[in-house]
Design a protein. Sequence first.
Length: 680
Amino acid sequence: MTQSNEVVGACPHDCPDTCSLVTTVQDGRAVRVRGNPAHPPTDGVLCTKVSRYAERTHHPERILTPLRRAGAKGEGRFEPIGWDAALDEIATRLKVIAARNPQAILPYSYAGTMGLVQGESMDRRFFHQLGASLLDRTICATAGGEALTRTLGGKVGMRVEFFAEARLILIWGSNSIASNLHFWRLAQQARRQGARLVCIDPRKTETADKCDEHIALLPGTDAALALGLMHELIVHDWLDHDYIQRHTRGWPALRERALLWNPERVAAVCGITADQVRGLARAWGTTRPAAIRLNYGVQRCAGGGNAVRAIACLPALTGAWRHRAGGVLLSSSGAFPVDRAALQRPDLLAGRTPRTVNMVRIGDALNGDADALSGGPPIEALVVYNSNPVAVAPESPKVVRGFAREDLFTVVLEHFRTDTADHADIVLPATTQLEHWDIHLAYGHTDVLLNRPAMAQQGEARSNAQIFRDLAARMGFDAPCFADSDEALCRQAYGKQVNFDELLANGFARLKLPDAPFAEGGFPTASGRCEFDSELSRKGGDSLPNHVPNREVAGASAAYPLAMISPPARHFLNSSFVNVQSLRSIEGEPLLEIHPQDAAPRGIASGMLVEVFNNRGRYHCKAEVSERARPGVVNGLGIWWRKLGPRGTNVNELTSQALTDMGRGPTFYDCAVQVALAAP
């Protein structure tokens, strides 16, 4: 007799929506994953990617037993070994290295799961107790997060559900249809009630197709556009003087700077028309309520932090915060009262201060660059989980060379044989979200979500937290905290700040927050005001937001005349889901979108194999001649696994390890290239 049940969980992937999931299990196997209709932000809807989660969980190529390398690094040849043998070998190797200097051991992880337990709990305890190097986890959001902190006081903003009531929505640096589906549904609801939607993005995305206007500015010029809008707000007096006087700091200085940015200057820098600047400023200055949905694409350039700061100033100038449907939202994660000290136990460092390695610069670090190593010892051992750095880290020729070192001991916790797993000495099989406990915050709404295991662990897979518990025991770490179960860790994440019984009953719990958090000021800055003139920025130089040009200047006279951005392909999430056949079939193959004006002089037609190159590397893919690319800019859709590319590379062959102006983040979209037909 068939046995069927439904279990409420949470989507673990790096997306603002953090959906509540309902998994249907029959005879121990997940047969369907759908959105939870009882959870208002999810409303019964999932993206195409996560609706295929059962296919991913039961994938025929899933790793279900520990593996030991049996060939050259990168070759991907392994032999199965038992858990005891794998753990013993890892512990033995780590003990030898730690006896010399534990800082020669580095963890490398990011957001393969966004869960607080499987992503940042027992693993941090393990590495803190060990005294390993710390990882500066900056590869996605730190420039924007730091910018919000300097301006608004934290990663806070308007509540997403009230976008449905806005009369004007600027969708700035976000392909919401692909990466923020549930916000897009709210935007559509607003539009049906008369709202105007404006998409600001170098690429003509699927979202831009559906908006009332698309402003296709050049990459890295968002701050210039924001300053131009301020210029017009001042000239036409579309300002809320009372809100500025009572709830902001530094307006006279920002006003003086903004007046330097007339529409003609902005148009020349951004590659748009002066009338577009004027029209957008008029709309923002005269429409109530007006809101900005900002996303992280804006901050992946040299001046990315300044761009986010400039945009985040706009709502205070017009008093948009007075309305619950007004303001800006980049991330809501700062509203969640997570007890990270309880989860991560930094006290286990016991006064030690290990060096910090920036994950963006892992290529340089693994190749011995003293600056990337923060003056510490060479990296001798690397433990990778929740990430695929060989595919996703910038300047991948250096990353591959580092991972190929025979003297580097590499352990990878994974579901599949990714590009990174192919370079491992030991691969450990990890559970998927349907097989373990976890608890989540969100950065696109304000509900806490609990994930309960829907089915038994498949094969010999173990949760990340269990693997680090097992390693801690092998290393002789006997502090009581290393015995905490995954469920116990879920309970510790919020302590008494969230009702765990409510989470058990419903799968989610809503934070109690005001509808319009900054209607009367009260920003979580030191001054309590929206800080145009930031004390935090003052310590590092310019205290006002400014336009910081891209480091890599494209243009007809440049050696590499085309600017390249590398947004994710619609049906992938960074390098996740690339091996789900139904999704890869939709995407087809790695593509470079190039405008007809740039394709014609190069003799490029759609479907041709092209070589995209700069002084860091060469990448081969198929061309798609399309007006989704604006003239002078090409779009290298990512992030494909390298081994699935036509000649074994992906778009990160070309990107740079240079860091942003604040937050030490990556500059993926500050990248100049040339494109030519590929040689046979």
